[in-house]
Design a protein around this ligand. Structure first.
Ligand code: SF4
Length: 253
């Protein structure tokens, strides 16, 4: 049975043809956008940093975070990292990653989410008959209240409205509640690192039910799809399948 993640469903909604290339044809790409590469290195640095702090009981510090980030950047940078924005160089993104880490320490000041339960926690859970999966950047517990924390390195900031309608972390809440039935409350937190902005949101039981129904309806649409038309949007500029897409569009003409 297919396992569904937020990104799998989001890809279908964004462009069914891209979904086909990625999940049905399983076309692998060496190329990786530098935005995703930078975001992954920031996530790794924070995971290693907090993991070290959890083991040693020491306080994480910015200097160590920077060292971990730069070591991971240098080790993993590869020739197929794509810089698509004009007037931007690899070092601009490297500096941006360091800025995200500096902001992280500012954003952490005064935050107390209780005990650190896990980092990069893999969730596997059921929604109706569907198998779901996801990865929680950081999970903490303060009494019966669980905190799901997600780091974002995107250029666009998040509004309260975006957070209140976000599907990804609300789905993770369903998974966390299945894994930890003692959860009396769950709070969702987005760390918008480039913007030094923390956005919080909660979901009522009725909202989680509605979300579950909408997700199941979307999965049914995906499973019964026989046509995978291209949907052109500004995001096409960042699509990994531009070459295949042009061939496909020519074939359809
Ligand atoms: S380039 Fe655009 S239309 Fe083509 S597959 Fe990618 S997202 Fe879809």
């Amino acid at each position: 049975m297919t396992t569904y993640s937020h990104s799998r469903m989001e890809t279908f909604k964004q462009c069914p043809l891209k979904f086909r290339f990625r999940y049905i044809d399983e076309i692998k790409k060496d190329e990786e956008g530098i935005e995703a590469f930078t975001g992954n290195r920031v996530h790794e640095a924070l995971e290693m940093l907090l993991g070290l702090g959890k083991e040693s009981g020491g306080e994480p510090d910015l200097e160590k975070a920077g060292e971990l980030f730069l070591a991971s950047w240098d080790e993993k940078y590869h020739p197929a990292v794509l810089i698509r924005r004009r007037n931007m160089a690899a070092d601009d993104y490297r500096q941006r990653g360091l800025m995200c880490l500096r902001n992280y320490f500012e954003m952490e000041k005064g935050q107390d989410f209780g005990e650190l339960l896990d980092l990069e926690l893999s969730l596997s859970f059921k929604l109706g008959d569907a198998e779901m999966t996801g990865v929680v950047d950081r999970l903490q517990r303060d009494g019966g209240t669980y905190h799901i924390i997600d780091y974002k390195t995107s250029k666009r900031d998040m509004t309260q409205r975006d957070a209140d309608s976000d599907r990804q972390l609300a789905l993770y809440e369903i998974g966390v509640r299945q894994m930890f039935p003692d959860a009396s409350a769950v709070i969702l937190h987005w760390y918008m690192l480039p913007h030094r902005n923390v956005v919080d949101s909660t979901r009522s039981p009725a909202e989680l039910d509605r979300l579950g129904q909408n997700v199941l309806a979307l999965i049914e649409r995906i499973e019964s799809a026989t046509e995978f038309p291209p949907v052109e949007t500004p995001l096409c500029g960042w699509c990994d399948y531009q070459r295949e897409c042009e061939e496909e569009k020519a074939r359809r003409r």
